[in-house]
Write a protein that binds this ligand. Structure first.
Ligand code: ATP
Ligand code: MG
Ligand code: FE
Length: 338
């Protein structure tokens, strides 16, 4: 089964050809980060425009790189939410055009389910599973009893953790998106500031990052006022340690209460080296649970993950028709036919 997958929910235009939801035959991704950097974040109108300019090139790329043709396809999968409506519509229109022109089934995919299924490129998923889903817009613990059953057991009450990385990065003078650079900086510093660990004592699986962000910003501003030079590396390390501590603590609590076969780490922030190392350590206390981390190259937005999730939806015959619309605030209901 070969699936052509489209992803355009935010600032990455990505097209992939995926075999059996487990092998990437080709992928082409055009990023637009440079166009958004001077605004310090993604500008929706600019994003849509870029997707329109890039998507046909990406499509041509994957057929050229793989040597495949439309006749080899079994289905077309596409992200239809959550994300920016104008950006989503570009991928959706392209996917519908291909499906219509070549008489192929159209498979609607939830972007967040896609992030989780990126872990499929590390190992086959085994259920029940728990996913720590950490990205630019989401921070969630998701219990998957089976492959089409998503239950959010905990989530952030305010900022997403990728968003927090981007915001404190900005204070350190790092360009958007700052996560990777903060991660690298943190490796050269120490947790000397001991920023707060929010909601640690609370008996739930929820997160909060706005207090940490404020504490960070206040610390930097206060130092500026008294002309004190702070170590950027220590600031980054202290911030990151606080984020990792709360993510690890709530994940471990969930592992104690939900017997699962796998712990899946996915989403853009899953690329964080400190978080990956920490979960490697924590999982040792759960010998019956396999830690499955999405491969580094499939943590951020990409079409390969949409092809992986799309394959599962395809097997369940979850198809959309040409009336399929973008849903900017789509929840985990991806296997309900649209
Ligand atoms: P969502 O998936 O919630 O809709 P998104 O698609 O914008 O949001 P992703 O592409 O999954 O988010 O992830 C991007 C985020 O990941 C950014 O906030 C970025 O700073 C962060 N990020 C990337 N690499 C790292 C890293 N090594 N450490 C921490 N954060 C990182
Ligand atoms: Mg992105
Ligand atoms: Fe994403």
């Amino acid at each position: 089964t070969i699936i052509l997958a489209f992803e355009s929910s935010c600032d990455e235009t990505s097209v992939a050809l995926v075999k059996n939801g487990a092998e990437v035959l080709a992928q082409s991704t055009a990023t637009q980060i440079k166009s958004h950097q001077r605004f310090g974040g993604v500008v929706p109108e600019v994003a849509s425009r870029h997707h329109i300019e890039q998507i046909i090139g990406c499509l041509d790329d994957v057929f050229q790189a793989s040597g495949l043709s439309y006749a080899d396809l079994s289905a077309v999968a596409v992200t239809y939410g959550p994300g920016l409506v104008g950006a989503l519509l570009v991928g959706l229109s392209a996917a519908k055009a291909v499906a219509f022109a070549h008489n192929l089934p159209l498979v609607p995919v939830n972007h967040m389910a896609g992030h989780i299924y990126a872990a499929r490129y590390t190992a086959p998923l085994q259920f029940p599973a728990l996913a720590l889903l950490v990205s630019g817009g989401h921070t969630e613990l998701v219990y998957l009893e089976k492959e089409n059953d998503f239950k959010i057991i905990g989530e952030t009450r305010d900022d997403a953790c990728g968003e927090a990385f981007d915001k404190i990065g900005r204070v350190l003078g790092i360009n958007y998106p700052a996560g990777k650079a903060v991660d690298e900086l943190a490796r050269r510093g120490k947790d000397t500031f001991h920023f707060p660990r929010a909601m640690e004592k609370e008996d739930n699986y929820d997160f909060s990052f706005s207090g940490l962000k404020s504490a960070f910003i206040n610390t930097v501003h206060h130092a500026d006022q008294v002309h004190e030079e702070l170590s950027s590396a220590d600031l980054a390390a202290s911030f990151q340690q606080s984020v990792i501590d709360v993510l690890a603590q709530k994940t471990v609590r969930a592992l104690h209460n939900y017997p699962v076969n796998q712990l899946i780490l996915a989403g853009g922030v899953a690329a964080n080296s400190g978080l990956r190392a920490r979960l490697n350590e924590e999982i040792a206390a759960f010998p019956q649970v396999d830690l499955v981390k999405a491969p580094l190259q499939y943590c951020g937005d990409n079409a390969a993950m949409i092809g992986a999730a799309g394959y599962v939806a395809f097997k369940h015959a979850t198809f959309g028709d040409l009336s399929l619309n973008a849903d900017p605030s789509l929840e985990f209901d991806w296997l309900a036919a649209k």
